[in-house]
Design a protein. Sequence first.
Length: 227
Amino acid sequence: MSTLRNSPSTVHGAALLGGILAAPHRMVERVVTGSGGNFAAVDRAQVHRDGAWHWCVHLLATNGHRVYLQRRAEDRPRNPNRWTSTVSGHITAEDATDQQKLIANQHAALVALTHEVLEELRVKWDVHRDARYLGDVDVTSSGGGETCNCHTMVFLIEVGEFNFEPTGEVAEVVAFNVDDVARALRARRGLPAADGDEHEFADNFAPVFDRFMSPEAGRERTDMSGA
């Protein structure tokens, strides 16, 4: 594994962050529920309280044979201090509004990823150009009095090295060997962190990683075959 160090691909500065982090739609907290042509915008707290299914997106960033995983901050209500996808988040109503019509599709997911990448990692990747859609999985995450049932669109992006400093949402980002992640998941154990401890995976991560390792994603599933 490797922690993140200097790279010309890093994007820094309040000027770049300000527009995204202060964007009004990030404060609305309305997420998208429904399917087909029947979508609705519902308060995020309500869907987490009721356990209603809604739309989310996960991004796995790779650098050759390594995959970047984030360890969530210790004060997160769900999966604190646990390893999960490089970036993840909800698809908001504003992300999913296309010409006044509410729709959860790949475009909406990429709009969500654009600001989630910047918020969580403070880098800027062109996900619309470079991310590849791998498919959907249904996952559940629980904790802190919340139940997050997500129809999740999974994307893959190849990136280089980049700087990372802890944020309010993310404690660290580490590039792990893909096979090491697969073996740890199969053995139901965690991965080492900078604090010297081994931390578990988020409760919704395994199905996302399984999609990442699927033949449809073009990756060998040798290490997951016994899972």
